[in-house]
Design a protein around this ligand. Structure first.
Ligand code: SAH
Length: 510
C-alpha cells in the first residue's frame, strides 16, 4: 500500500487530570492505535506505555515558562503529520477544549480541511475538587458553577476577567491556571466586594499520588501560597462548598498518601507492586533499571524452540524466559500440541504462573533456584540420565545448572531466550522526577534490582529509605552499603506492601 494513499486523521484527545483510571476508553484506544502522539506536560506520561513501540512520541511541553514548541509550531506539526497520512493523537491534559487551546488546534485543522476527531476528557476543573472532597455543586449551597482562567493571554493589556460580575454571581467558582497570580486575583475579588472569609481551596497535581490541597479564605490564601511554596499546576475553588472537604476528604487520607515510593522492577513486572502502592495512596515513581531485549542470536534460539517437541524436558528459570519462548513458539506454530511429549519444569512460583498463563501445565516445580534442589527434584522423577533437556534462560546466566545436569547424564541444550540490558532511556521522565523531587522510599524486590539500580549511578535522594522483599535482597543491599528500613516478613509483593504500610504508621486499611 502506498503511503500517500493512506488517509491521515488527527485526534484531539483529553488525557484526563492525571489518575490513569480517569482516562476514557476511547482515549486509550486512540493512544494504542496512534502513529504519532504529541503530548503535553500535564498528561500522565504513564499512559504513553499504551502506545505501540513504533509510535513517534513528541513532547510539546508547556510547563509555565518553559515552552518547548509554540502554539503555531504545534498547529503546524499536527497538520504536517496528519497530511503525511498518519493517525495523529494530540494528547492534552484534562479536556482538550477546557482552557487548553484545543479550540485553536481544531480551528487550524478545520481551516486546512484536515479530518479531526475530538475525544473529551475529564477536566481537572471537576476532578480536582472531587478528589479534594469538594462537590462543585451542592443543593442548598449553590446553583451554578463558573470556570475561569487566572492566566490570560500575556499580550492582552487589561484583564478581561470581570471581577465585578464574579462577585455578583457568587456560586462556586473554579479557576484554572494563575496560582502565580493568586495575590492579584484575590485582591481584585475582595476589591469587588467578595467576602473576606469566602472559603478557598487550591488543589495541586490533583488526582495523582502527589496531590496536595491548601485551604484558606479570600483574605489569607495568597499568603499561605507563599508560605507553603505552593506551586502550579493547581485548580482553585472559591465557594462555600470548600468547607465540605472537612467531612468528605476521601483521597488524601489513605495510608500512604503523601509518600513517594520508587519501584525498580522492569516495566513489564512493575505493574502489580505499583498498583498496590498507588491504591494505598502512594505517589509511585516507576524507575526500571533494566530492559529485556531479544537474545543476540535469536535465530539459534528460534531453532531450539522449533524443535521443542524433541525434548523430554523444557526447563524455565524465569518468567521472562517463558514469555520469550512462547512468543516465538506461537509465531512458529498455531497449535499448543506442537510442544509434543515435552514435559515442563519451572523454577519458582512466578515462572510456573507464567507457564500456566500460556495454558500449559507445569510438571515439575522446584521452589528454589539452586542446582542441588533442582537436581533433587529430577531424581524424584526418576533421574535425568539420557534425557534431552532444553534449558531456556537469560543470555547472561552464569550458574552451574547445565553442568550439573550434564554430569548426571542428561543431554542439555542451553537456549538463550533473552538478555537484560541496563535501562538507559527515561522516556517517561521518572529519573528526572526522582532527581528533582526526591522520594521517601525505594523498593527492592531482588538482589538484581539493588545491583541494577546502583549501577545507574544516580545520586541518592536525601532521606530516601530502603524497603526489601527479604533477607537475600537485604544482604545484597547491606553489602553495597545501604541500610534497610523495611524488610517484608512474607517474601512476596503483598508481603512487601504490608510491611511498607506498617512502616508508614500502621493506619488501618479501608
Ligand atoms: N485542559 C485542561 C486544562 C489546561 S490549562 C483541563 O481540562 O484540565 C492548565 C491548567 O489546568 C493548570 O494550570 C491547572 O490549573 C489545571 N490543571 C490541569 N491538570 C491539573 C491537575 N492534575 N491538578 C491541578 N491542576 C490541574
Amino acid at each position: 500500500m502506498a503511503e500517500t494513499t493512506k488517509k491521515g486523521k488527527c485526534f484531539l484527545v483529553g488525557a484526563g487530570p492525571g489518575d490513569l483510571g480517569l482516562v476514557t476508553l476511547r482515549a486509550k484506544e486512540c493512544i494504542e492505535q496512534a502513529e504519532v502522539i504529541v503530548y503535553d506536560y500535564l498528561c500522565n506520561p504513564e499512559m504513553l506505555r499504551w502506545a505501540q513501540e513504533s509510535a513517534e512520541l513528541i513532547f510539546a511541553g508547556k510547563k509555565a515558562g518553559a515552552h518547548t514548541l509554540t502554539q503555531d509550531e504545534i498547529n503546524a506539526l499536527l497538520l504536517e503529520k496528519t497530511r503525511e497520512g498518519k493517525q495523529v493523537v494530540r494528547l492534552k491534559g484534562g479536556d482538550p477544549f477546557v482552557f487548553g487551546r484545543g479550540g485553536e488546534e481544531a480551528e487550524a485543522l478545520a481551516a486546512a480541511k484536515v479530518p479531526f476527531i475530538v475525544v473529551p476528557g475529564i477536566t481537572s476543573a471537576i476532578a480536582g475538587p472531587a478528589y479534594a472532597g469538594i462537590p462543585v455543586t451542592h443543593r442548598g449551597q449553590n446553583s451554578h458553577v463558573i470556570f475561569f482562567t487566572g492566566h490570560e493571554d500575556p499580550e492582552k493589556s487589561a484583564s478581561s476577567i470581570d471581577f465585578a460580575a464574579l462577585a455578583k454571581l457568587g456560586g462556586t467558582q473554579v479557576m484554572l491556571m494563575g496560582v502565580e497570580r493568586i495575590e492579584a486575583i484575590t485582591r481584585e475579588m475582595r476589591a469587588n466586594g467578595m467576602r473576606e472569609d469566602l472559603p478557598v481551596a487550591l488543589i495541586r497535581w490533583a488526582t495523582t499520588g502527589r496531590q496536595e490541597t491548601l485551604v484558606g479564605n479570600l483574605s489569607n490564601i495568597a499568603q499561605r501560597v507563599t508560605e507553603q511554596e505552593f506551586t502550579a499546576p493547581a485548580v482553585a475553588v472559591f465557594g462555600d462548598v470548600v468547607a465540605m472537604r472537612q467531612e468528605l476528604n476521601w483521597f488524601e487520607d489513605r495510608p500512604l498518601s503523601g509518600k513517594r515510593i520508587v519501584v525498580t522492577r522492569t516495566r513489564a513486572q512493575a505493574g502489580v507492586l505499583s498498583e498496590q502502592l498507588r491504591t494505598l495512596g502512594a505517589d509511585v515513581i516507576e524507575l526500571p533499571t533494566i530492559r529485556i531485549e531479544p537474545p543476540s542470536d535469536l535465530r539459534a534460539f528460534a531453532e531450539l524452540v522449533q524443535d521443542a517437541h524433541g525434548y523430554d524436558w523444557i526447563i524455565f528459570t524465569s518468567p521472562n524466559g517463558v514469555t520469550a519462548f512462547f512468543d516465538l513458539f506461537y509465531k512458529l506454530y498455531d497449535d499448543a500440541r506442537e510442544i509434543g511429549p515435552a514435559r515442563i519444569a519451572a523454577i519458582g512460583p512466578a515462572t510456573a504462573q507464567r507457564v500456566r498463563e500460556f495454558r500449559l501445565h507445569v510438571d515439575l516445580q522446584p521452589e528454589e533456584f539452586v542446582a542441588e534442589s533442582i537436581v533433587r527434584e529430577f531424581r524424584k522423577e526418576g533421574g535425568v540420565e539420557n534425557l534431552r533437556i532444553l534449558l531456556a534462560r537469560a543470555e547472561q546466566a552464569r550458574d552451574l545448572l547445565p553442568k550439573e545436569l550434564t554430569a548426571l547424564g542428561a543431554i542439555v541444550d542451553e537456549g538463550f531466550a533473552y538478555r537484560t540490558v541496563p535501562e538507559t532511556r527515561d522516556d517517561f521522565g521518572a529519573r528526572r522526577r526522582l532527581l528533582e523531587e526526591g522520594a521517601d522510599l525505594i523498593t527492592f524486590t531482588s538482589s538484581s534490582t539493588v545491583e541494577n539500580f546502583l549501577a545507574l549511578g544516580l545520586p541518592w535522594p536525601i532521606n530516601m529509605k530502603v524497603a526489601s522483599i527479604g533477607p537475600i535482597t537485604s544482604k545484597t543491599a547491606r553489602e553495597r552499603g545501604l541500610e534497610i528500613a523495611v524488610e517484608a516478613r512474607r517474601h512476596d509483593i503483598p508481603g512487601l506492601v504490608e510491611a511498607i504500610r506498617k512502616f508508614f504508621g500502621n493506619k488501618a486499611v479501608e
